[in-house]
Design a protein around this ligand. Structure first.
Ligand SMILES: [Zn+2]
Length: 195
């Protein structure tokens, strides 16, 4: 579940809160919808193509044995390793983006939650994601800045306003990655270019 230096299946763990390891020097994680084409450009804007650099795997969902393969690329000019997170996934959390979006809508009172309803493990991960989201208000408001109303009085209101501004959780994640170099539930170091 790390961002850059994965260790294959044996290194994958399912805990939806933990799994963060020290990021190897010179690594960054980007979203698959942040570039066009078959492989990403170097985030440091080096000229030339990045080279395939293996992959790592993590669990694709809170339950089941499905694995998600995360491709890695290497910039031979600057040594940066770039891992590409598929759009339906979040850094470090096994809950899938459409399921989390439906859950957050439900918490905000504008939907009935994921369909089909989550099983025990997924429900726990979704509840923890909501609890985490509730602590992220000031970070997220700062990242969205003038795109949100100046007064937001609850996590429910924040979610609805972010939804209004970017339409979907995928749109919110894309925006946060581009502008704030962060994600919905964490300001992860692996989303920033190493110094
Ligand atoms: Zn580079």
């Amino acid at each position: 579940m790390d961002c850059g230096g994965g260790h294959g299946v044996t290194g994958a763990i399912r805990d939806c809160r933990l799994g963060r390891r020290a990021v190897s020097e010179g690594a960054i994680q980007i979203r698959a919808d942040s570039f066009v084409g078959e492989r990403p450009p170097c985030p440091r804007e080096c000229p030339g193509r990045l080279h395939r650099h293996g992959f790592y795997r993590r669990y694709a969902a809170p339950a089941g044995s499905e694995f998600l393969t995360i491709a890695r690329y290497l910039c031979r000019r600057c040594g940066l390793t770039v891992s590409v997170l598929p759009v339906e996934h979040l850094p470090y959390r096994p809950v899938k983006v459409p399921r989390l979006e439906a859950f957050l809508d439900g918490q905000a009172g504008v939907g009935t939650g994921p369909d089909p309803p989550p099983g025990l493990l997924e429900a726990g991960c979704l509840r923890r994601a909501w609890a985490r989201f509730q602590t992220r208000g000031s970070h997220l408001q700062k990242a969205f800045d003038l795109r949100l109303p100046s007064v937001i009085d609850s996590a429910r209101d924040l979610w609805l306003q972010m939804r209004r501004a970017k339409r979907s959780l995928a749109g919110i994640l894309d925006f946060l990655a581009r502008v704030g170099k962060q994600s919905l539930l964490g300001d992860y170091r692996c989303l920033r270019l190493p110094a």
